[in-house]
Design a protein around this ligand. Sequence first.
Ligand code: HPA
Ligand code: ZN
Length: 325
Amino acid sequence: MPSKEFIQGLPKAELHLHIEGTLEPELKLQLADKNQMDIGFKTIDEIKESYLFNSLPSFLEVYYSGMSVLQTEDDFYQLAWAYLEKAAQHNVRRAELFFDPQAHTSRGVTFETVFNGYYRAVSESDKLGISTDLIMCFLRDMSAESAAETLEQALPYKDKILGVGLDSDEKGNPPLKFAEVFRKAKAEGFRLTMHCDIDQENSIEHIRQVLFDIGVERIDHGTNIVENQEYVDYINKHTIGLTCCPVSNGFVVDDMKGQEIIELLEQGVKVTINSDDPAYFQSYISDDLYALAQVYNLTTEQVVQLAKNSFEIAWISDEEKTKFL
Ligand code: HPA
Ligand code: ZN
C-alpha cells in the first residue's frame, strides 16, 4: 500500500469540491467577528462539536447555516484562496470548484459579490501552480424557475464559468426537474455535470436521466451505476467519469462505497477520488485517497490510476492533460 507522503505528492485534479464546504471553523469565527454576527458558537471546538451529521439532509443543514458569515466580496475571495493554498499542499494541480450562488442570493448577497470574490482567487491560482475553473451548481431543492433565474444572472460571466452542476437534497428532486435549464446552459456553452447521490430511492432512474435525458459529461458520486451493466458499458464507451468522495460517503451513508469504487475501477470506468466538503468531513483530497487505500488495501497501481483518471476526465485541453498522464 502506498504511503501518505506518496499519495500527497501525486499530482491530482480535484473535480468534486464545494467551495462553501471548505469553510474551516477558524475562518468562520474570524468572518463572524468581522461582520459582527452572532453564529451561536464562540470557539473552534464548539463549532466542531456541532458537526453531528449522519445523512445528506442533516449535513446540508449545517453546511447552509455555516455559510451565512460570507457577506462581502473579500470574504468569498478569502474562502477560495484559503482552499487553494491548502490544495497546493496536497499537490492539486487542477481544481474545478463548485459554487452555490443561490445559497447566497437567497439571503440577500448579490450574484456579483459572490462571483467576483471567487473569480479573483481563481484568476490568481496560477501563482500556486494550480489551474482552476468554476462550476456553478443549482440547488435541486429550489425551483426550476430559481435555477433559470440564476442561469440568467450568470450569462454576463459565461466565459468565466466552465460548467454547471446540480447539488443539494436529491430526494424528490430528480434530474428531469432541471432538463430545460440544463438544455439552455448547454446551448450557452456550459459543460454539464450533476450529482447522483449514493443510495437514493431512485438512484438508477436518476442515473438514466442524467445520461440519456440531460447528457452530462460526468456524474458526481454515481457509484450506484455498478448495479446496471448496460449503463456501466455506456459510460465507458463515452468516457463519462465519476467523481467519488469516500469520506463524505462515510458520513452521509455510513459506507465509503470502496467495493463499488474498486469494482468500477476494475471495469475501466474513469473513477476519481475527491473531498466534497473537506472542512466539514475533516478530510482533504490526499486524506480521502489515503483513507480509501487503507480501508480497502489498494495497491500503488490502483492509487496511481485513480489520480491519472482525475486528469483524464478533467475539463482541460488534451495538451494540458499530457503534462500529467
Ligand atoms: N451532496 C449534495 N449537495 C451538496 C453536497 C453533497 O455532498 N455538498 C454540498 N452540497
Ligand atoms: Zn458534492
